[in-house]
Design a protein around this ligand. Structure first.
Ligand code: LP5
Ligand code: MN
Length: 255
């Protein structure tokens, strides 16, 4: 039995190839494996949409996996913070808290999406606080799906436009070590696995508190995962073509 952690797939109808890649990734797991999706599974999520081919694909993939015995867990990201326990169960996933503690042979690790680790991103953290208001979420959920999609798309567009105006080297996009330390201390662990920053890497001894930080990359031309089993832990990044059928690879090489 192994546990896999992935994040930042940003699946949508517009990048359906990634849904195929996700399906093949899940199919490659062994029956008793577990997978934790640590947020941003969808490009954005404003509720169940039966006409969305990305949602339907994920639902089919995880329904089949769960029938075989592969359990799937979900931690919300900033793109899919509206995922309720019922929504998660529609996708055959079990919704977890924002921070989860998992045992590995290298000690316990904390898993989280990663947005809360970026304390310099004050504009985003303000936005997050507003979006987490229960009454606002209830009001939003009561809106017709079409309107929720329009608002969601507008916020996505604004977020990408804001991002393209800023330098990618801007420090607001980085996790801040004192904040990581704060959560590690609170949960009594010395390692963490997260996504959100879209920076793939393994960082050791960044502070006396943080022995290991594994940062997952976003899915696109590559995909990455963290894996733990009784023999050890690893973080891996591979070419997305490995998860795509030949026809799709050829199409990508000769558009
Ligand atoms: O996602 P990404 O990588 O572009 O940037 C994130 C932060 N942005 C976000 C916003 C999400 O992309 C969009 C989520 C849509 C979900 C549905 C919303 C439903 C609303 C429900 C209300 C209860 O998370 C970005 C970070 C970046 O990561 C760091 O890497 O910096 O944060 C921002 O850009 C903060 C901005 O301030 C975003 C807010 C824009 C709001 C504009 C309001 C427009 C209103 C239009 C409504 C009609
Ligand atoms: Mn994110």
């Amino acid at each position: 039995m192994a546990i896999y952690i992935i994040s930042d797939l940003h699946l949508s109808a517009a990048n359906y190839d990634l849904c195929v890649a996700f399906d093949n990734f899940i199919k490659s797991l062994s029956v008793n494996d577990r997978v934790v999706i640590a947020g941003d599974l969808f490009d954005f999520f404003v509720g169940i949409d039966e006409n969305d081919i990305a949602q339907n694909s994920v639902r089919d993939t995880l329904k089949e996996a769960s029938a075989k015995g592969t359990r799937c867990y979900f931690i919300r990201g900033n793109r899919d913070f509206l995922m309720s326990p019922e929504d998660a169960s529609y996708f055959s996933m079990l919704l977890l808290d924002d921070f989860e503690n998992i045992p590995t042979p290298n000690g316990n690790f904390l898993i989280t999406h990663g947005d809360l680790l970026c304390s310099n991103d004050t504009g985003y953290l303000r936005f997050r606080k507003i979006c987490k208001m229960g009454w606002l979420q209830s009001l939003f959920r009561a809106l017709p799906l079409k309107l929720r999609l329009t608002i969601g798309r507008k916020i996505r567009n604004k977020s990408s436009a804001d991002k393209s105006m800023r330098l990618l080297t801007d420090r607001i996009y980085e996790v801040t070590v004192p904040t990581v330390d704060q959560y590690l201390t609170e949960y009594g662990v010395s390692g963490i696995v997260h996504g959100h920053t879209h920076v793939y890497g393994r960082f050791e001894n960044e502070s006396p508190v943080c022995a290991m930080r594994f940062s997952l990359g976003a899915w696109g031309s590559t995909y990455s995962y963290f894996r733990a089993d009784k023999n050890g832990i690893a973080i891996v990044q591979k070419n997305i073509d490995l998860l795509l059928p030949d026809a799709k690879k050829k199409k990508k090489q000769h558009p």
